[in-house]
Design a protein around this ligand. Structure first.
Ligand code: NAD
Length: 493
């Protein structure tokens, strides 16, 4: 049996009921890696039943946080033990450079350890006494797992995005069904193997690779699901919200972005170039929080563009396994076509192409796109307003702080933003005016498991990571007791 043609349901590896598979490709060569099990609605139903049974009848939700933490730490260790192999699998399936994949896998393990700590911590404040104005009553607020969670994730950080949902859900005591993206399903399958080996009880984590409109839609609509945690595009997020509305499911959505980066003229030009590049070329720009709209104060605009171009020319493009590569291929033909179409649209709309804009020379196959810089971008153009999700940065000049803040906030998105200045008072002031869930000062993109992650406006609902991530998977129950010896005396006088 092919290692990837089975689904993980109720602690067992099963062929999909309809027997279907889909293909996953290496984006650097466009070659088939393997065929993968394609779950359909019938498999989703089985997986949800298994998770339901594990939650309603099984031990997991009733174990102490400390007991669950033991399993989470074993999962973290299992990931760490296989860091190199998992990172290599991620490079093959997603295309990212190996050092980035190694970093992702280390973060994935760290995420399980972090939520193991929070699970332990939960034991000591599971119930919080509530002071009531009426002394005849006493009350506690108690935290309980939300139930059966569906986690639907994208392809840009395949294993890490799984961890951001699986680790807090398991820490909270939820049981769940995980559906990875059909573009990058392989490391999620390995995660299920690692969780199984770590002794997670059957049915607590079920893992179903499958297509979005089939397995994903069936999962989001299933009445046995209490919570849907989704990361992906705005249109899919909206569909999931509509499906969830029917059963009033608890949802959290981590969606797209078009994040601004304001650079004041007093900034160090070298630092600005470094963080602009990290903000848009890391992971080939396929990053929801990528700072893809850069606003540079006029005095620095021309020298910064010149210096940025010099550095971008040096970026080594290639297969993620090659030493020194900083830009790998995009994840798929679809993403490649989308990014090149966006670049063409930018040129049609009158943006000035400063560098890139095409397939790099010397690549006969693979979904490679040059790192691309646009300047003087019309602020009503598609490329200034919409998410490209590729290595394309749009740069404009501004004069005044208020103008920069207004331009930065003039977006339907609000995931992240960044500001750079030597004047920390100004940077802090601007940070507080930006309408975004994450604001970086004098950097762009560093992400920490301890800190909240999520967006304003069309960028989503709710926060992942940190204690907020755990809160996503907890309900709050009030337990109130009548302590008085006096009869209540309303009906029985
Ligand atoms: P996508 O919406 O196409 O797919 C995401 C997931 O949803 C996949 O697993 C897919 O199979 C599934 N899906 C597709 N259609 C579905 C449906 N009808 N019902 C249920 N599930 C369905 O997004 P993508 O192309 O995989 O990812 C790119 C997007 O994700 C970008 O917009 C990016 O900004 C966003 N993203 C956001 C964050 C964040 O933290 N905010 C992180 C990573 C990616």
């Amino acid at each position: 049996m092919n290692a990837y043609t089975q689904l993980y349901i109720n602690g067992q590896w099963l062929a999909p009921l309809a027997g279907g598979t889909f293909e996953t490709f290496d984006p650097s060569s466009e070659a088939l890696i393997t065929r993968v099990a394609a779950a359909t609605a019938a498999d989703v139903d089985l997986a949800v039943q298994a998770a339901r049974h594990a939650f309603d009848e099984g031990p997991w939700p009733h174990m102490s946080g400390a007991q669950r933490a033991v399993v989470l730490r074993r999962i973290a260790q299992g990931i760490r033990d296989r860091q190199q192999a998992l990172a290599e699998l991620e490079v093959r399936d997603n295309g990212k450079p190996l050092p980035e994949a190694l970093w992702d896998i280390a973060d994935t393990a760290g995420c399980f350890d972090f939520y193991a700590d929070l699970a332990e911590d939960l034991d000591s404040h599971l119930e919080q006494p509530i002071a009531l104005a009426d002394e005849r009553f006493s009350s506690v607020a108690r935290k309980e797992p939300v139930g059966v969670a569906a986690a639907i994730i994208p392809w840009n950080f395949p294993m890490l995005m799984a961890a951001w949902k699986v680790a807090p859900a398991l820490a909270a005591g939820c049981c769940m069904v995980l559906k990875p993206s059909e573009l990058t399903p392989l490391t999620a399958i390995e995660l299920a193997r690692i969780a199984d080996a770590a002794g997670l009880p059957a049915g607590v984590l079920n893992m179903l690779p499958g297509l979005g409109h089939e397995a994903g839609a069936a999962l989001a609509e299933h009445p046995g699901i209490d919570k849907v945690a989704f990361t992906g595009s705005v249109p899919t997020g909206s569909r999931i919200m509509q499906a969830a509305a029917r059963d009033i499911k608890n949802i959290s959505l981590e969606l797209g972005g078009k994040s601004p980066f304001i650079i004041f003229a007093d900034s160090d030009i070298e630092a600005a170039v470094e963080w602009i590049m990290f903000g848009i070329f890391w992971n080939q720009g396929q990053v929801c929080s990528a700072t893809s709209r850069v606003l540079v104060q006029r005095e620095l605009y021309v020298p910064l563009l010149e210096r940025l171009k010099q550095e971008v020319e040096k970026v080594k493009i290639g297969n993620g396994f090659e030493q020194g590569v900083l830009l790998g291929p995009l994840v798929s033909q679809g993403q490649y076509d989308k990014v090149l179409a966006a670049i063409a649209r930018g040129q049609e709309d009158g943006a000035r192409l400063v560098y890139g804009g095409a397939r790099p020379d010397g690549f006969d196959c693979g979904f490679y796109v040059q790192p691309t810089i646009f300047a003087d971008v019309p602020q009503d153009s598609w490329i200034w307003k919409e998410e490209i999700f590729g290595p394309v940065v749009c740069i404009n000049a501004f004069d005044e702080e208020t103008e920069a803040v207004r331009s930065a906030n003039d977006s339907r998105f609000g995931l992240a933003a960044a500001v750079m200045s030597h004047d920390l008072e100004r940077a802090e002031r601007v940070a507080r005016k930006l309408r975004a869930g994450i604001v970086w000062i004098n950097c762009s993109q560093p992400t920490f498991t301890e800190a909240p992650w999520g967006g304003y406006k069309h960028s989503g609902i709710g926060r992942e990571l940190g204690e907020w991530g755990l809160g996503n998977y907890l309900e709050t129950k009030q337990i109130t007791r009548y302590d008085s010896d006096q009869a209540w005396g309303w009906y029985l006088k």
